[in-house]
Every structure is written in structure tokens, then in C-alpha cells.
Design a protein around this ligand. Structure first.
Ligand code: SF4
Length: 217
């Protein structure tokens, strides 16, 4: 029987197709955020501010802007509305006498529990991947986030790659990394993208750590 060679598909390059896939995920996330926010009577920015205050505790407006990667005027405008709705209150910042910290009120805490669940639909989709696929995706995401941070496209996040405690590929076996904060080995699947114990490493250490991580991953 004669074999027929299938025609070569005229596909765009792999990096372009991956960018298209990520763009679709971004659109889905944006759509979900908009529809959930309007259900709660909030703008997406207001919902994100509630979520970050619920996760990280009291923060200054500048710290909120840095965490979300948006401008201070946008944060200030959203906080004014949140304060009018009695979801956020301003309290003295003991670190700076004339500055204020933003805190959730009791009503803000209740509402933030709902806004924090917004990315849940993505978590369910990620659950369709195997554990190995999830660990590979986590490493890939970390590399992409780092590249976007270096380009100045997104704010620096509190991920292992920029942490003073992170030592990549120093162990053999399934947990090759080391977290000096808890003094324990870490598997690829345990890498953190937003860690409360993160402490920024000096720039030179970040470069060295990143070179070792990226070249060995
Ligand atoms: S403290 Fe957190 S960010 Fe730093 S290495 Fe440990 S797990 Fe990673």
C-alpha cells in the first residue's frame, strides 16, 4: 500500500502561536474580571485593590500601585470610591508621620473574600494539566515574568528568582532548589511567584541567580 505524505501545515512560528494562546487567556481573564466586578458593583481596579489589601494587609497607596503595576492617580481615584463605599479606610502610617496606610473595613474584608476568588476559573483549567505539566508551566511563567520585568513591562513581583534566599540547582534529585528562609530544598513545583517572605536580592545576586536558574532549567 502506498503511503501518502501528509501536507506540511503552514503554521505560524511556535512563539507566535504561544503568544496567541496567552492572548486568548488574557482576554478570558479580563472578561471574567469585568463581569465579576460589575456583579459586585466595583470596577476591576477597585476589585484588584481589595484583593491586594486582603492578601498583603495594610499598604500605602504607592505600595498598592507598585503591586498592581498601575499609576498612583488611578489608585488614588479608586481608593476614594472605595472609602466612600466604606470598604477601605485610611489610617496613620507609623513608618512615615504624614503618610497614610490603606486598610480594609469589615465590609471590605467580606467583599474581598469574593473578589479574591476571581481567578478561580483559571485554577480549574490548570487542574486539567498533569503535575509535571504544571511544574513545567510554572518555570516557564517565571521566565516570562522575569523577561517582562527586565523590559519594564510589568512590576517586579515577589518571586523566588529575585529573592535573597533563593539558591537554584544546588541539590540533586526532585527538589534541586533551596529556600534559605525556611532552609529547605524546593521542587520546581514549589517555586513561588508572590511570596510573603520574599526579600529582594541585590542586583548582582539577582543576575547570578537568574543565569544559573535559566541556564539549568
Ligand atoms: S523566601 Fe519565598 S521567595 Fe524567597 S526563596 Fe523562599 S519561597 Fe522563594
Amino acid at each position: 500500500m502506498r503511503h501518502v505524505t501528509p501536507p506540511i501545515l503552514d503554521s505560524p512560528p511556535l512563539d507566535r502561536r504561544l503568544a496567541t494562546g496567552l492572548h486568548k487567556l488574557g482576554l478570558a481573564l479580563k472578561h471574567q474580571t469585568w463581569s465579576q466586578a460589575s456583579e459586585q458593583g466595583l470596577s476591576p481596579t477597585q476589585g484588584q485593590i481589595l484583593a491586594v489589601l486582603a492578601t498583603d494587609g495594610a499598604l500605602s497607596a504607592t505600595e498598592v500601585a507598585d503591586r498592581l503595576g498601575i499609576g498612583l492617580p488611578t489608585v488614588s481615584e479608586a481608593v476614594t470610591t472605595l472609602a466612600d463605599k466604606r470598604l477601605v479606610r485610611r489610617t496613620p502610617d507609623t513608618r512615615h508621620p504624614r503618610a497614610k496606610l490603606l486598610r480594609l473595613t469589615a465590609a471590605g474584608i467580606r467583599l474581598s473574600a469574593r473578589t479574591r476568588a476571581w481567578p478561580e476559573f483559571l485554577t480549574q483549567a490548570i487542574g486539567s494539566l498533569t503535575h509535571t505539566e504544571q511544574a513545567t508551566l510554572l518555570t516557564a511563567l517565571m521566565k516570562m515574568i522575569r523577561a517582562l520585568q527586565v523590559q519594564g513591562q510589568i512590576p517586579v513581583s515577589r518571586m523566588c528568582a529575585t529573592c535573597i534566599h533563593f539558591r537554584p540547582y544546588v541539590h540533586r534529585g526532585d527538589a534541586p532548589h533551596h529556600c534559605g528562609f525556611v532552609d529547605a530544598p524546593m521542587a520546581a513545583a514549589q517555586l513561588r511567584l508572590d511570596c510573603g517572605d520574599h526579600a529582594p536580592a541585590p542586583q548582582e545576586q539577582q543576575h547570578t541567580t537568574w543565569a544559573r536558574f535559566a541556564n539549568s532549567a
